[in-house]
Design a protein around this ligand. Structure first.
Ligand code: IVH
Length: 687
């Protein structure tokens, strides 16, 4: 093996700095600098060089986060400072009482005290010790005095700095925080486990704790864990920081991620306002919290207040209502989706879960029912978190003997009676009826007529249901043969609305190739894929003629999607429907790849925080479809920033730079106007 030359050494140094900087930007600043693909490419390049020159490997190299061999067990680690728990406050009176008690002990008016408020993250607590700026050890809380040494596992988290940032790290620092998993990542993790028969977790907290206690760190490395710092247990030499919030700011400089909703408030009213406000934001945060941690901000006063038994006198946890509740499973019904997928839905004795009444929950599929071992009549635990559909988590108490009913998965479609099929290796069972099945047909028509597809104005859900129940339309092409006289036979359809619908149908015939492809409802072909197909092939006939390999050559299309597209165009009934649609006058300009108005072309937008009515990816897709670029960071050239709850540094930066900021409501109304093509394109202008 050759000696590394100076150029190689430089490249290694540069790659390491870029990778750690990318972690910092992503986790701490919430302002990603690299895409995942770029990150992976750089990491692979670094691995390649280190593979050729093992003498260049250092313990803090980003490549060293993964790859340690499995452990036999975890060593016991005694905490130098015990990891305490917190007393709880369950209502506003208990918050006032906490403030009063703190004031009395400190012989001052509690109402003048400053408190640092933070979301109480619902994950698992860990402690990290850094010596001379380098991660020396990491441990679980354990019983508070002794935890388990899980250093190699913690090293796999990209939000755990292996080396502290900054020129002069402290000689010794112990940082504590919560390891969490965001809702979307948690759902994806469980969905994968359900598909592959792996372990399904009840909630993100269990998933985080279980992932950290894997003996094989390579497994931990695949779990979407995040470390969020919330306390400094020891720091030497003492930097002389006077407040907890000041210490937290120092931690961000060292490279730690701090929750962006941390805020200093005064007196009990400040605390109560913060708790109410966070309670309202809770559902939109995208991660689990179970309350607010309230801490006296002044570190000197913290020391003066000290501890009782197992909890500090300077802090209290205000608890929100639980996200899990127990109720009775009354029945199971089955829904049939657009692609025929049959989803069992639990009908529950209605129960309030964190402020919302839940009467239905997802049971996912047949395997999930077997895994839960659930029967009708059982008392089950229901979890509701944010926008995610409520789920049945486990059986808490089986139905009394004689009262339990087995859940029998239907072998025939509950809507059309067609055979239910389950492809080997797939978890979903599907109705084999295709467009014969009214349930699938209804969904397919809804999709076809939708705003992002053919955009047939006035053809709503109810109307579609009636058309299908009367069997007036078997394929979408039949829509264009409806006449106004016939439509007036439908309830609540007068002459005017019937004529309007016919006119809307006529107008919808003129479309674009991407919209048409999307409207067909091919499995896994969303707007972005439809766009890519149209751009790549230019004409519908070229797409129809493409074989699997040609389809896989399209940007972002893998073997599975290519297979779905290919199979779709192999079916003669699909080709006949397409021909019929063309015969009815449905048309688009071939090879004119993007016909939609592009009012945002040349503009760069930034999305930050959580959106409630769509995912960030959807928001991004819609902006891109209008010609905008979507970037990860704000600059003077940014045309607009869309900020949802939880927006952090990007929002601050936008405000500093005078970049227009839209909230979700404004964003939606602008988006819709732009998509209709009838409004100015600058966020600063009035609509
Ligand atoms: S401070 C001395 N801050 O809540 C107490 N704890 O009972 C130091 N937790 O399991 C804890 N978010 O892991 C603190 N922002 C936060 C927190 C937080 C969650 C957890 C912690 C512990 C429990 C405290």
């Amino acid at each position: 093996m050759s000696q590394p030359d100076a150029k190689t050494r430089d490249e290694v140094t540069r790659l390491r700095a870029e990778l750690e900087d990318a972690n910092y930007r992503y986790y701490v600043l919430d302002d990603p600098a690299l895409t995942d693909a770029e990150y992976d490419r750089k990491l692979r390049r670094l691995q390649e060089i280190e593979g050729d020159h093992p003498e260049l490997v250092t313990p803090d190299s980003p490549t060293q986060r993964v790859g340690a061999p499995p452990a036999e067990g975890f060593p016991e680690v005694e905490h130098a400072v015990p990891m305490l728990s917190l007393d709880n406050a369950f209502d506003e009176d208990e918050i006032r009482a906490f403030v009063r008690r703190a004031g009395e002990r400190l012989e001052r008016d509690g109402e003048t005290l400053a408190f640092c408020c933070e979301p109480k993250l619902d994950g698992t607590a860990v402690s990290l010790v850094y010596e001379n700026g380098e991660l020396a050890s990491g441990a679980t809380r354990g019983d508070g005095r002794t935890g388990e040494g899980i250093t190699t596992n913690l090293r796999t988290l990209r939000s755990v700095p292996l080396k502290l940032r900054g020129a002069t790290p402290p000689g010794l620092i112990e940082v504590r925080g919560e390891v969490t998993i965001a809702h979307d990542k948690f759902e994806a993790l469980n969905e994968r486990a359900r598909q592959e028969g792996g372990k399904v977790f009840a909630n993100p907290r269990n998933a985080a704790a279980g992932s950290l206690r894997q003996l094989d760190p390579r497994i931990t490395a695949t779990r979407p864990l995040e470390f969020n710092a919330y306390q400094v247990a020891r720091i030497e030499p003492d930097p002389g920081e006077e407040t907890h919030s000041g210490l937290m700011a120092r931690l961000t400089d060292y490279g730690f991620r701090i929750n962006n909703l941390l805020q200093v408030v005064h007196g009990s009213q400040g605390l109560i306002d913060y708790c109410r406000d966070l309670g309202e934001k809770r559902d939109g945060l995208g991660y689990d919290i179970d309350g607010v941690v309230i801490k006296v901000d002044d570190l000197r006063l913290q020391r003066e207040l000290g501890f009782v038994a197992r909890a500090p006198r300077w802090a209290v946890a205000f608890k929100f209502p639980a996200q899990e509740q127990v109720t009775r499973l009354n029945d199971v019904e089955y829904q049939v989706g657009r692609t025929g997928a049959i989803t069992p839905v639990a009908r529950l004795e209605p129960v309030a879960v964190a402020g919302v009444t839940v009467a239905n929950a997802s049971l996912h599929n047949q395997d999930e029912i077997a895994r839960l071992g659930v029967k009708i009549g059982d008392r089950v635990s229901i979890r509701r978190a944010g926008d995610v559909i409520p789920q049945v988590v486990r059986v808490v108490e089986p139905a009394p003997a004689g009262d339990a009913r087995d859940i029998v998965f239907p072998s025939q479609c509950p809507v059309c009676g067609s055979e239910v099929e389950r492809i080997e290796g797939e978890a979903v069972a599907r109705c084999s009826g295709g467009l014969y099945c009214p349930a699938q047909r209804k969904e397919a028509f809804r999709h076809f007529a939708g705003r992002r597809a053919l955009d047939i104005d006035g053809l709503g859900e109810k109307l579609i249901d009636q058309l299908i129940e009367r069997d007036w339309v078997k394929t979408p092409a039949a829509l264009f043969r409806l006449d106004a006289a016939q439509l007036t036979e439908l309830p609540r359809m007068g002459r005017k609305s019937s004529e309007n619908l016919v006119a809307a149908l006529d107008k919808a015939k003129r479309t674009t190739l991407p919209r048409f492809i999307y409207a067909l409802g091919i499995r896994e072909v969303g707007e972005a894929t439809a766009n890519n197909l149209a751009r790549h092939f230019g004409t519908l006939d070229a797409i129809i003629a493409a074989d699997q390999a040609a389809l896989e050559a399209v940007e972002d299309i893998g073997p599975i999607v290519a297979h779905h597209v290919h199979t779709f165009f192999q079916q003669s009934h699909n080709l006949e429907t397409i021909e019929d649609l063309r015969a009815q006058g449905v048309r688009w300009e071939e090879a004119a790849v993007e016909e939609r108005p592009q009012p945002l072309s040349g503009q760069t937008w930034v999305l930050t925080g959580t959106l409630e009515s769509m995912t960030r990816d959807e928001g991004k897709a819609r902006l891109t479809a209008l010609g905008a670029k979507v970037a990860g960071s704000v600059s003077k050239k940014t045309a607009g920033v869309v900020a949802g709850p939880g927006a952090g540094s990007k929002l601050d930066k936008a405000e500093q730079m005078g970049v227009p900021v839209l909230d979700e409501r404004e964003f939606l109304s602008r988006l819709e106007a732009w998509e209709r093509g009838d409004t100015p394109s600058t966020p600063g202008e009035a609509t």
